[in-house]
Ligand binder design. Structure first.
Ligand code: FAD
Length: 467
């Protein structure tokens, strides 16, 4: 047997079961042939943010060197879309005389289709495609007692924890030393890039970020995570999304500090673990509910909603000019950093859908086009949660009041002032509703609220009730 690896959203060598398995099959005497396909047409179709591509591209500079040093003989090829992937994979396997190709499974429909086609193409040449689940701690096989899928997060999380308690934290041995091979060329692709240099790249450096976060900061997570001004979340989201990190490594790190993992965790770590389980819950939904991959709502009746066609209002939301400071601060953080704090993601999403009555899919697409951590599953899940169209979503009658959210989670306005320079000198007590203060100072550089929240809320509730 001779095994190769097809890298996709798992551009790392450590905690990568596909790489570990191929390494074991080949033994240390033989190198590990590997393939990575860049598909700019597919990236365009999937709305990859230019900043996300820049992050991956910068990471690849490190990855090709790490791979070569570990005897992983990587080829990077450019194709247009996934339709060309099966042929490219078969050709790669034949060129190297492989008998098996190892991959980490991906869960949205387009990727499943691509993999089925590749698997079939390989099988026709008597080559086996072997799947691993290195991008999740618990594979989406988890089912309820009666064999169905979990539709609600809480029972899913309980089952997830029980599974990890029973089988342990997943790990694979680190790669043995092999003779180094030539460093792969990274071919250019036709895709825009936007500066991601604020984000560290390279597997070792990113792994260190994770270790430091768990050692030094996670204990404050439960108390501080909802305050965007405190910057106390991990900011590791792009790394799980691109597969530079595996969530396996997060559980390993947490387990190291906590002998009874996943039970009896200190509160900060426990709440943080829950967020990682949310990530897996949304991947589990993608796997079990194909219509989510086709832009459909989980709660099908909500697709009858008559959303407003309001491109100008949508554009004002995109630019961060709604007149609601917390909403605008979030949208400007997104434009500037390609990232937004989770609490603010929920606030801006709720505002678009419930205050402006604009289709959540518009917001979902705009987020994908700009997020450095853009994840089809988590983004879709987050939007459907906020729009009350998802499973286990916020109930439709709970409409976030952007002003109250702002007063509660950014009480002194630190976050608002950071992202809205027009409000830099605005006193804290009026920063959440600055219109009168701005007017009194003869200022027109920041807009008044574009809707009256109370009326907008009633409009949304009436529209939703009709369904
Ligand atoms: P931390 O708070 O440190 O959490 C640790 C990890 O848990 C994150 O890195 C992430 O992988 C995962 N996680 C945390 N919260 C969630 C959540 N609510 N759902 C799923 N996973 C979670 N997350 C993305 O990774 N990509 C997206 O495209 C994305 N789009 C979103 C859109 C909306 C409308 C909303 C409300 C949320 C979205 N999220 C998305 C979830 C969440 O906002 C981000 O994961 C989080 O802000 C990332 O910051 P962090 O790494 O500091 O997270």
């Amino acid at each position: 047997a001779y095994a190769g690896v097809w890298f996709r959203g798992d551009v790392r060598l450590a905690a990568n079961p596909a790489v570990a398995a191929a390494s074991q099959v080949n033994g240390v005497e033989r190198q590990i042939p590997a393939l990575l396909l860049l598909a700019p047409g597919q990236m365009r179709e999937h709305n990859w943010a230019p900043r996300k591509w820049d992050l991956l591209r910068r990471h690849l500079d490190h990855f090709v060197v790490d791979a070569a040093q570990h005897g992983v003989a990587l080829t990077i090829r450019v194709i247009n879309s996934w339709a060309e992937a099966p042929a490219a994979v078969v050709q790669f396997a034949q060129t190297h005389g492989l008998t098996e190709v190892h991959v980490n499974a991906e869960y949205p429909v387009d990727e499943q289709r691509r993999d089925q086609a590749a698997e079939q193409g390989l099988a026709e040449q008597q080559i086996i495609m072997r799947y691993h689940h290195g991008s999740v701690v618990v594979p989406p096989r988890l089912t309820t007692g009666s064999g169905g899928m979990y539709q609600k997060f809480t029972p899913f999380a309980r089952a997830w924890r029980a599974e990890v308690a029973a089988v342990g934290v997943p790990r694979v041995p680190s790669l043995p030393q092999r003779s180094p091979v030539t460093v792969a060329d990274i071919p250019p692709i036709d895709y825009p890039r936007q500066d991601s240099s604020a984000w560290v790249v390279g597997e070792a450096a990113v792994r260190q970020l994770l270790a430091d976060y768990v050692a030094q900061q996670v204990e404050r997570y439960a108390a501080e995570r909802d305050y965007p001004g405190l910057e106390s979340t991990s900011r590791l989201s792009p790394y799980w999304e691109l597969g530079i990190l595996s969530p396996w490594q997060a559980t390993q790190e947490l387990a190291q500090w906590s002998p009874h993992f996943p039970a009896a965790l200190e509160q900060g770590a426990d709440v943080w673990l829950n967020e990682l389980i949310w990530r897996e819950f949304y991947l589990h939904l993608m796997w079990h509910v194909p219509r989510l991959s086709y832009g459909k709502a989980f709660l099908e009746h909500t697709d009858r909603m008559r959303w407003r066609h309001a491109p100008d209002e949508f554009a004002a939301w995109c630019r961060g000019e709604t007149g609601y400071p917390i909403v605008d601060a979030g949208m400007r953080q997104l434009a500037t950093e390609g990232w937004m704090h989770n609490r603010v993601r929920m606030i801006v999403a709720s505002f678009l859908v419930k205050d402006l009555l604009i289709d959540w899919r518009w917001g979902e697409r705009f987020f994908m086009q700009h997020l450095i951590d853009g994840s089809f599953a988590a983004n879709n899940g987050g939007w459907q949660w906020s729009a009350s169209t998802g499973t286990d979503a916020v109930p439709y009658f709970r409409v976030f009041n952007p002003t109250l959210q702002s007063e509660k989670f950014d009480p002194e306005g630190h976050y608002i002032r950071k992202w809205i320079p027009e409000l830099a000198t605005c006193p804290s007590k009026v920063i959440h509703t600055p219109a009168a203060w701005l007017q009194a100072h003869g200022r027109s550089d920041y807009p008044p609220p574009m809707v009256n929240h109370k009326l907008a809320r009633e409009r949304f509730l009436a529209a939703f009730k009709e369904l």
